[in-house]
Design a protein around this ligand. Sequence first.
Ligand code: NAD
Ligand code: UDP
Length: 310
Amino acid sequence: MKTLVTGGAGFLGSHICERLLEQGHEVICLDNFFTGNKQNVEHLRDHASFELMRHDVIDPFKVEVDRIYNMACPASPVHYQYNPIKTIKTSVMGAINCLGLAKRVGARILQASTSEVYGDPEVHPQPESYRGNVNPIGLRACYDEGKRCAETLFFDYHRENKVDTRVVRIFNTYGPRMAPDDGRVVSNFIVQALKGEDLTIYGDGSQTRSFCYVDDLVEAILRTMEQEESVGPVNIGNPVEFTIRELAEQVLAKVGSSSKLIEMPLPSDDPTQRKPDISLAKKVLEWEPKVQLADGLDLTIPYFREAITQ
Ligand code: NAD
Ligand code: UDP
């Protein structure tokens, strides 16, 4: 099996490349290195079945493959808002280019969609049938609406061109190989605690998220690709919900840090609550997360300890 992973040098993409190589796939990792890093796949470079390609998904490309994981897109609000027009182009033109390729070569293709398609949800927890509450003109829209449009394209290529598609909606995921300056909450808090800096809580910290450890998530993504029962969308994430303040307190306790918690302005359109309904994933993937936050933090903190001293 020959597999293309776009965004393969990023946090999730690099773990997917690694798992696919372990399973005996030939892997082409395509990335423009915007938020990804060659170091994330450095340990795979000498593998005979691994190929690294610098390319932007906005521009068309041709490769002969059986599977495509479309992971390319900055995922952290800081990075996707840095150049919002580029972000929406990455989601929309990236999806068109990947779907066109899948159609030409007859590959099965999976889209990394997001819980952000639910916006600031009024239904809690969120099932796949919930259509969301997204502000189409806000600062997060470049990401949310780009991902929503990508889902539309996946379903239209599936209906019109019979492309063999899968869509997963990923909820907040963390773990080793997140960039220390990524800007998302788990990496920010761990890095701040390790450096003895104040932990920056946006708003009063009462907003919630549900955090999934990377190994659990990658297992669910690979299972979604290889099952025949559902094209999705399938929610994948850990349904145990925490306030951001609770997360900060756990990180401080784990790191053994005496850093303080400080409140900063809440970014606009920041969702107040988020928790996946994973009934569909349990049924079609026979999957549920195994690693709870306390254990996942224990697996992640040593990575950041090393990363910030390099
Ligand atoms: P990441 O920023 O670490 O990885 C994204 C990768 O895509 C990077 O390597 C980046 O360089 C690459 N990339 C960005 N724009 C590109 C372009 N135009 N052409 C080629 N490569 C490009 O983020 P991640 O957490 O690994 O996220 C991977 C995917 O999963 C993204 O599509 C993201 O939207 C989705 N997702 C992630 C989460 C999460 O919690 N980690 C949640 C929801 C959705
Ligand atoms: N957040 C925070 N401090 C930080 C980074 C993020 O309080 O240093 C909050 C942010 O406002 C949001 C939550 O943590 O409510 C999750 O943010 P993240 O950027 O990780 O992901 P997303 O908002 O996309 O779920």
